[in-house]
Design a protein around this ligand. Sequence first.
Ligand code: 2RA
Length: 352
Amino acid sequence: TAPSLAVVGVTGAVGQEFLSVLSDRSFPYRSIKLLASKRSAGKRITFEDQSYVVEELTPESFRGVDIALFSAGGSISKEFGPVAVECGSVVVDNSSAFRMDENVPLVIPEVNPEAMAGVKLGKGGLIANPNCSTIICLMAATPLHRRAKMTKLLKGLAFSDLAKVLRMVVSTYQAASGAGAAAMEELEQQTREVLEGKQPTCKIFSQQYAFNLFSHNAPVLSNGYNEEEMKLVKETRKIWNDMNVKVTATCIRVPVMRAHAESINLQFETPLDEDMARDILRSAPGVVVIDDRNANRFPTPLEVSNKDDVAVGRIRRDVSQEENYGLDIFVCGDQIRKGAALNAVQIAEMLL
Ligand code: 2RA
């Protein structure tokens, strides 16, 4: 029988996208519970032509729930995730609460589905959704990291010649949606205010966002990186199961509504030329290549917004590195969809 579902944080940007994605993909369910804070309880939401009343999240909410999709912040996940697992639910958590827990799989279905092999419906379990900038980055970088090995094997080179990414340098250009619906509203409001010559209203961010950009608003750590950058470093190593890969990142918040853009530089263990890279990306799941040099047409946030696929372009050999040992690419992906809700629903689909 179809699973019973619960969506925790249903009134947020990702919560709403969970519903859109579940419907778009005709996810099978026998019942669905829409859960949110006391403040949102009582609201009515129409989902698939049915009217539902949002219920207040309580420890009893998960009785009889097979799959619970969480996107209500780390503290809610920490408080209610284990309660849901105790009730026998499988939790797919979009927060950062459990991502680095060694017992919790951190999964991008197109990248490391094997990581969640131990989680079964009916037994209870917890799977973490990676951070949006990690998902968008690895959707493009992994096929190159992994398929580079296949390429070598296809050419019959020795197993020991296997290629892999030794070092990845990522610069992100992150959309307002990553800071929530209120940040998207603030960007829109500030843009109007600035155009009308008014003082911009700054509530979510401490500085003007419209016609500006700034270092990501996540707290800065003692090593000078912010939490968003260290998520990319740590989550990549966990997802690739490679504690030696060198990753560094600079995460920037830019005045774009809901799609992240990322410039990625890759250094390989053995050569991978740009034509091979382009071919690999063309056949990579969940990836579309937009790489038209003559027309100067490459991925843009607007073009990927509300779409499932991550777009890759600017595929070129890194001229600062030895012949074909380095590659530069530019990636755009919808932060709310593939960066959060779609990835989580795809994880849920793997439980069916
Ligand atoms: C951001 N990655 O874009 C965060 C949201 N999860 O700020």
